[in-house]
Design a protein around this ligand. Structure first.
Ligand code: AMP
Length: 216
């Protein structure tokens, strides 16, 4: 199964993709995680993308496409869920040349909730686990449940950068939906509450994938 999870920053793409990993045995592939890891490890890729991430700008298409191509080659025939790619129509065209997607999961979340979620999001700098100080709290202080590392706020979850990322989404990423309409089934899942339980959303996604006949 080849899936794509689509939505504005803070709509829960990473959280849901990670929950789906366990339930559906799909490999989550997040370009944002790949770039953050590269920045952290100061690799050649990290140096190229650091400034874009810091400002909430999109990394140039050619670079992103190259990274995703190589990741998909590594994944081979396994099921996967793309999170954060494609983000431009050009990236969507490139994806079509790489593989055929079975379904797009479109997350619909009001702007007010997105901003609230992004400002309360914390991540583990070591293992990448995602938390929310209001809705998905770590068990102990601000420490990761999995590895105990102190959680941090993403540099690009600060208010001045959030606004830029939302604009990039509206101008460059949203048009992708039109591009895929009629070509790939689009599953719409709305989450209109700040304290929405992610497991409930994932169950709804799974039910819709079942309705499409993609899972038994
Ligand atoms: P995310 O974790 O998906 O919110 O991505 C964090 C940041 O990584 C974005 O704000 C961009 O700077 C960069 N990024 C991630 N995926 C892409 C992509 N497909 N195209 C361009 N930039 C990306």
């Amino acid at each position: 199964m080849k899936l794509l999870i689509f939505g504005p920053p803070g709509s829960g793409k990473g959280t849901y993709a990670n929950l789906m990993r366990k339930k559906l045995n799909v490999i989550p592939l997040s370009t944002g995680d790949i770039f953050r890891e590269a920045v952290k490890n100061k690799t050649e890729l990290g140096e190229k993308v650091a400034e874009f991430l810091r400002k909430g700008e999109l990394v140039p298409d050619d670079l992103v496409i190259e990274v995703v191509k190589s990741e998909l080659e590594k994944i081979g025939d396994s099921s996967f869920i793309l999170d954060g790619y494609p983000r431009t129509v050009r990236q969507a065209e490139a994806l079509e040349d790489m593989t055929a997607i079975d379904a797009i999961i479109q997350l619909i979340v009001p702007n007010k909730i997105i901003i609230e979620r992004l400002s309360n999001r914390r991540i583990c700098p070591k293992c990448g686990a995602i938390y929310n100080l209001k809705t998905l709290k770590p068990k102990c202080d601000e420490k990761c449940d999995r590895c105990g590392t102190h959680l941090i706020q993403r540099e690009d979850d600060k208010p001045e950068v959030i606004q830029n990322r939302l604009e990039r989404y509206r101008e460059q990423t949203r048009p992708i939906l039109k591009y895929f309409k009629g070509k790939v089934p689009i599953i719409k899942v709305a989450s209109r509450k700040v304290d929405q339980d992610p497991k409930v959303v994932v169950d709804r996604i799974i039910q819709k994938l079942r309705d499409l006949g993609l899972i038994g």
